[in-house]
Write a protein that binds this ligand. Structure first.
Ligand code: RB5
Length: 154
């Protein structure tokens, strides 16, 4: 699998661990940065990773900041991205099976490398079954990407 990965300073150390793990498992990894623990802005790394996924230049994306929250908020603004903020193995599997998530966000200040690597392993190995029930829900989410003013009733 070709995986794009990005992090801010809060996720830099965990990103390095995840990149090593993915390469050891034979994945092709595109690391868009950052390259140190100096302060940077998480959207600057969320956007290139998500752009690669949307354009089909990467199969999946992984984003890491201090909490994973900023990265997931930014990523989910980009049409075509279904970013899941995950800090447990159950959710890693569930979000592939239910949401067909194409980007994974994690917080480098929330979990340690052991759990993070296991989350990445499960998330990369779990296929979306493509059943009608979940596909239909994903399609409803996709339709939220266009034509809304923010004034609609539910
Ligand atoms: C950076 O200090 C921190 O705000 C960022 O890594 C992330 O947690 C934002 O959601």
């Amino acid at each position: 699998m070709k995986i794009a990965i990005g992090a801010d300073h809060g996720g830099f150390r965990l990103k390095e661990e995840i990149v090593r793990f993915l390469r050891e498992r034979g994945h092709e990894v595109v690391d868009v940065g950052c390259s140190s623990e100096s302060s940077v802005d998480y959207p600057d790394y969320a956007v290139p990773v998500c752009d690669m996924v949307v354009k089909g230049e990467a199969d999946r994306g992984i984003l890491i900041c201090g909490t994973g929250i900023g990265m997931s908020i930014a990523a989910n603004k980009i049409p075509g991205i279904r970013c899941a903020l995950v800090h447990d193995v159950f959710s890693a599997k569930a979000t592939r099976e239910h949401n067909d998530s194409n980007v994974l966000a994690m917080g480098g200040r929330v979990i340690g490398p052991g759990l993070a690597v296991e989350i990445v392993r499960v998330w990369t190995e779990t296929e979306f079954p493509g059943d009608e029930r979940h596909q239909n829900r994903i399609e409803k989410v996709r339709r939220l990407e266009t034509g809304r003013t923010g004034q609609e009733r539910a």
